[in-house]
Design a protein around this ligand. Structure first.
Ligand code: CA
Length: 515
């Protein structure tokens, strides 16, 4: 393979080394420069001399200011750049360059489970909600028995799972921050892939009582609400005598629910029933030029087909917010995006941190110098369409089109919050690699590099690394991801994470106080 780098934008004064083994000092690219030192794959090479204090430019944007003078061919590392200030939130352009609607994409369908609330499930799963962590092992015990003893008799039900979490008691339940984990657990319990009706196991004495989790309609709860009472089993009820009796009660209720779920069947549904959640984890410097733009192309296809596409991860949007507020459908949507950024700035400041806490050692090993470079690559997942809506963390998304669903960037917390938002299929891009998966929604994993897709051939579903080497285009991989989403949503194809049953724990975002 000849020496190769990728440059994204004509203004860029750095490129990313493509060659898998990196390149040695003295190697020259066609048309220059010559490397002055060895540079690993995915790390940055200076394409022109950069003066001390001058901007280092990637994606056509300033990713940092040079801490020292660099020559063309130098390795531009983490300590070669100083983090610039984040975009000020006070004078951002609001809906000044809203993209016109993309041409509609007709005729794409998937075989899903229609729910009475209008949502569509990509899976048919029995979910058992827990109001508090205390009951989680009991419900997990019952679920093991349900899967072994009951599930084989209900062939139309895909799985049974315990919706467990670390919330529910020992918390300031009336504090403003408590609203996020409570609505997160409620909305996950009403998830489209669970048929939208919960079975709940409560301890009895916990702070998060079932009535608080599922308030009566009209009680001021954010959508969705139940138009009836959920099935609740309280372990401390006096009629229940002993563990065997408690487990038996959960199984009896589960069997009723399995009867109902087993009557459901997949039917052809327009692609507009998809709610696809996008996120990245273990990103590298290729993520922003291969997997994320390919996912962004697929996101545009989904928007054209009338679906909902969510991107999230506040700290990975913060430094690119000036590129997104102009794309908002209305000034109100832009202001809602800014409000989410501001909330998170203040949340981090309360913990004596800022957005620079985001990049991980793996991100840096993968060539990402700082959060600005990471964010500019991350937002490529959002494609090119207008930003139609913004949803606060844990709220159910009802809008169609491209939606920002606010979540932390932490993979397992983001995935949990996107489930609450109603995500029925998840697309996860990775550079360094993650085995991440969820019980409640299939997770399609897309690698930024071919080397990862080859090494983890039974964990990565799509290799977007072919884009860097010119073997495939962003459009080709984008269409491949779009078609795979329809196949996976229909149950026609299985992702590797589903195949191995890799189910990360649910981790609702809890910014509130613990007592
Ligand atoms: Ca993430």
């Amino acid at each position: 393979m000849k020496p190769l780098y990728v440059r994204v934008h004509a203004r860029d004064n750095v490129g990313i080394i493509v060659n898998p083994e990196g390149l040695a000092a003295g190697v020259s690219f066609d048309g220059g420069p010559t490397l002055r030192e060895a540079i690993p794959q995915s790390h940055k090479v200076a394409l022109r001399p950069i003066a001390a204090g001058a901007p280092v430019i990637r994606y056509g944007e300033v990713i940092g200011l040079a801490t020292r003078a660099m020559e063309a061919g130098d390795w531009v590392r983490e300590d070669s750049l100083r983090l610039p200030a984040p975009p000020a939130l006070d004078d951002l352009p609001l809906a000044t360059a809203t993209p016109p609607p993309l041409p509609p994409l007709e005729g794409y369908t998937f075989d899903g489970y229609r729910n009475t609330d209008g949502s569509v499930g990509a899976r048919n799963i029995l979910g058992i909600t827990t109001t508090v962590q205390c009951v989680a092992p009991t419900v997990e015990y019952a679920v093991r028995r349900i899967k072994a003893e009951l599930l084989p008799r209900y062939p139309n039900v895909d799985d049974a799972t315990a919706i467990t979490h670390s919330y529910g008691c020992g918390v300031a339940i009336d504090a403003p921050g408590a609203a996020i984990p409570i609505r997160t657990i409620r909305n996950i319990s009403l998830h489209p892939n669970l048929g939208g009706w919960p079975l709940v196991v409560s301890l009895g004495c916990e702070k998060m009582q079932p009535g608080r989790l599922f308030p009566a309609p009209g009680a001021g709860a954010a959508l969705p609400v139940l138009d009836g009472e959920p099935h609740v089993i309280r372990m401390q009820d006096h009629e229940l005598r002993g563990f065997g009796n408690i487990a038996g009660s959960i199984m009896r209720h589960a069997e009723q629910r399995l009867e109902e779920l087993n009557r459901r069947a997949r039917t052809a549904c327009p692609a507009s029933g998809l709610v696809v959640g996008l996120q990245c984890g273990g990103s590298d410097a290729f993520s922003g030029v291969t997997c994320n733009p390919a996912v962004g192309f697929a996101a545009d296809l989904l928007v054209r087909a009338g679906a909902t596409v969510m991107f999230s991860e506040v700290t990975e949007v913060r430094d690119a917010v000036h590129l997104l507020t102009p794309r908002a459908a209305t000034p109100e949507v832009a202001r809602a995006l800014i409000a989410e950024m501001r909330w998170y700035d203040e949340y981090l400041a309360r913990g004596s941190a800022d957005r620079s806490a985001n990049p991980t050692p793996g991100n840096k090993r993968g060539g990402l110098s700082n959060i600005v470079e990471k964010a500019l690559g991350s937002v490529a997942k959002a494609g090119t369409s207008a930003l139609a809506a913004v949803a606060p963390s844990g709220e159910r998304v009802t809008a169609k089109g491209l939606v920002f669903a606010a979540t932390p960037a932490s993979d397992f917390i983001c995935g949990t919050q996107q489930l609450a938002a109603g995500m029925n299929v998840h697309v996860f891009t990775t550079g360094e690699g993650s085995p991440y998966g969820l019980a409640l929604a299939p997770v399609i994993k897309v690698s930024s590099r071919t080397a990862l897709a080859e090494r983890w051939h039974d964990l990565i579903d799509v290799d977007a690394g072919r884009i860097a080497t010119g073997e495939a285009t962003i459009e080709e991989v984008g269409w491949e991801i779009f078609r795979l989403i329809l196949d996976v949503a229909s149950g026609r194809k299985q992702t590797w994470a589903s195949r191995w049953e890799l189910h990360n724990a649910l981790a609702p975002f809890n910014p509130g106080p613990v007592t």
